[in-house]
Ligand binder design. Structure first.
Ligand SMILES: [Zn+2]
Length: 355
């Protein structure tokens, strides 16, 4: 074991992570009744522990029509064989919860997530909602056909009764929005998410914008258009997560979104990006906004249809590379805990956040 890895493991032990502190601006972790919905049922928000807030286990990334035309039977035993070692590796590092952000029509598989949760000892969350980014390739016909109210009823039904006949309930509303400005279908989906939030209290996590390398400011405009619409629909910004905020290179936009109360999620870390992540997170710290920041990796991805899921991206680098770099870069232990323990427990706490 290399020195850096050892230090990471040592400091990331459950003792070092401690229990969540109480109260942030919205104080959910400080309330004894705040809860989070995992695939194994409701747990106290304070029990989330060290959390990876945006990862993937299993996905089917074929266009929706292709998925429907040729269904792939999931070999759960094989997926477990491939994925479990990566999950056990981060459990040993002190990780306690993993949010599977795989969208509803990108291979979301609650039964598989529950099995991996129980086998790994990690608490896990799954989603409801609709992913209408990526040029619409994952949009099912019902999302086109139904009204915002009908979509909201569908998602609230999953919240109340479970997904399909699994009895497994979602822990967040996952959207994919990329329009600048948002398209009609994106606006409809945002209104449906607003109604679902007001009924369920589930946080709305929006994959935002196109991928990296677009014009500066474009991802930010997409983010603020969503915030404007949601606030207009009566939703507080603290019920919304700006997913993939790292794709916006103008750091001032991160600051503005956080000041407004939104969650800003830097969630695509890969080894070698330590300096870039330290700069983004450091700016938020310097602005006094660390209590609005989430950090994760968008890693994993057992891909349906590829031999043994293709090339799986491990979850370890956040523990072996990023967190040690943060400590070496002057982040205090309590600040690391704010990002990886306290903030997730507040962001995913089930609570209705009306304006
Ligand atoms: Zn993702």
């Amino acid at each position: 074991m290399q020195r850096r890895e050892f230090l990471g493991a040592l400091a990331a032990s459950s003792l070092a992570w401690g229990l969540p502190g109480c109260a942030g601006v919205d104080g959910a972790a400080g309330k004894s009744d705040a809860s989070v919905m995992t695939v194994n049922g409701s747990i106290p928000a304070a029990d989330l522990g060290m959390t990876l807030t945006h990862e993937h286990l299993f996905a089917d990334l074929r266009p929706y029509a292709e998925q429907m035309a040729s269904l792939i039977a999931v070999d759960m035993d094989e997926v477990a064989e491939v994925v479990l070692p990566y999950l056990r590796e981060i459990h040993r590092q002190g990780c306690r919860t993993l949010v599977d952000c795989t969208g509803t029509t990108l291979g979301r598989n609650p039964v598989l997530i529950k099995r991996l949760s129980q086998a790994s000892g990690l608490q896990m969350l799954t989603v409801t909602g609709a992913y209408v980014a990526a040029g619409g390739r994952f949009v099912p016909p019902y999302v086109l056909a139904e009204t915002a109210d009908q979509l909201a009823r569908r998602w609230i039904g999953e919240w109340r009764d479970g997904i399909g006949d699994t009895g497994i309930r979602p822990g967040l509303i996952k959207l994919g929005i990329e329009g600048d400005p948002p398209s009609d279908i994106e606006r409809k989906v945002l209104h449906a998410a607003a109604r679902t939030h007001l009924e369920s209290g589930l946080v709305i996590a929006s994959h935002t914008g196109p991928w990296a390398d677009v014009a500066p400011g474009r991802n930010g405009r997409c983010a603020f258009a969503q915030l404007d619409l949601l606030q207009g629909a009566g939703i507080a910004p603290s019920a919304w997560i700006w997913v993939h905020a790292q794709n916006e290179v103008q750091g001032s936009q991160h600051v503005d979104a956080a000041r407004r109360g939104a969650w800003v999620s830097f969630d695509g870390f890969r080894p070698g990006q330590e300096a870039a992540y330290l700069a983004m997170i450091g700016r938020m710290r310097d602005e006094g906004l660390l209590d609005r920041v989430l950090v994760s990796q968008d890693a994993g991805w057992y891909n349906a249809g590829q031999p043994r899921g293709g090339e799986f991206k491990p979850y370890l680098p956040l523990f072996s590379d990023l967190i040690p770099a943060m400590r070496e870069g002057g982040f205090k232990e309590e600040q690391v805990r704010t990002i990886f323990v306290d903030n997730p427990s507040r962001a995913f706490a089930v609570r209705k956040m009306a304006t």
